[in-house]
Design a protein around this ligand. Structure first.
Ligand code: ADE
Length: 225
């Protein structure tokens, strides 16, 4: 699977992709992640990528030409399944969307800044607009990193224990049960006896009950669905 991310701040995206699971997925050749500097595709001599909004108002708007030039360059090389714009007014990313996206081949992600991007980019190029939650960040880079992480870890072969993604909170309709590791007693705070019992069916039953209880307390909306 291949991601092409278009950004004015490519440096912001270096670290998230250079560690842990995302790094491993790239080393294994399961995921390719390319970050493109939008400024390299500016079509004017000042290398600008934004301009004043028509109609007035505060803030700058990202221009259509640099995005169009970069997207057209990429599309000349291969077909893309999705061109995704990260924006707080998009559809909220959830596990179902991450699952869907993990089955496609090539994705372009556009990161916005300033007041927004020229509406024509959204109308003419973008196939999907995604938000990572109801709060406003300074740009689309961190949301893009969140999206790539959520998707890449679902591709078969990325996680060493393939079942671990399947048992994540949200992968079913329930939140995860609490987990513990050694020591069994830390300053009098003990691990629940059942987990030390070796009785696998009883442990599974306990975990399921804990999952239901945690979901009921924290996310009753998930049980309604
Ligand atoms: N850009 C700025 N804030 C964002 C958010 N919450 N989700 C996606 N993209 C964004």
């Amino acid at each position: 699977m291949r991601f092409d991310i278009i950004s004015v701040l490519p440096g912001l995206l270096e670290s998230p992709f250079a560690h842990s699971i995302l790094q491993r997925a790239q080393k294994k050749g399961i995921a390719e992640i390319h970050v493109h500097n939008l400024r390299d595709h500016s079509t004017n001599k000042h290398k600008s990528v934004d301009d004043y909004p028509y109609g007035g108002g505060s803030g700058m708007v990202m221009m259509i030409e640099p995005f169009a030039a970069c997207i057209d360059m990429l599309k000349a090389e291969r077909d893309y399944d999705e061109i995704i714009f990260m924006t707080p007014d998009g559809v909220t990313l959830d596990q179902g969307i991450a699952n869907q996206l993990s089955t496609v081949q090539n994705i372009i992600i556009l990161c916005g800044h300033y007041k927004g991007i020229d509406q024509r980019i959204r109308d003419l190029y973008v196939t999907r607009e995604l938000s990572i939650g109801d709060y406003v960040l300074s740009g689309g880079e961190l949301p893009a990193a969140v999206l790539v992480d959520a998707v890449v870890r679902l591709i078969p072969g990325v996680l060493s224990d393939e079942t671990s993604a399947l048992s994540d909170s949200f992968q079913g309709e329930l939140l995860d049960a609490p987990v513990y590791t050694r020591p069994a007693d830390w300053k009098g705070h003990k691990v629940p006896d059942i987990l030390l019992s070796g009785n696998t069916p009883q442990i599974e039953k306990w975990r399921f009950e804990q999952s239901v209880e945690r979901t009921r307390q924290r996310r009753p909306d998930l049980l309604d669905e």
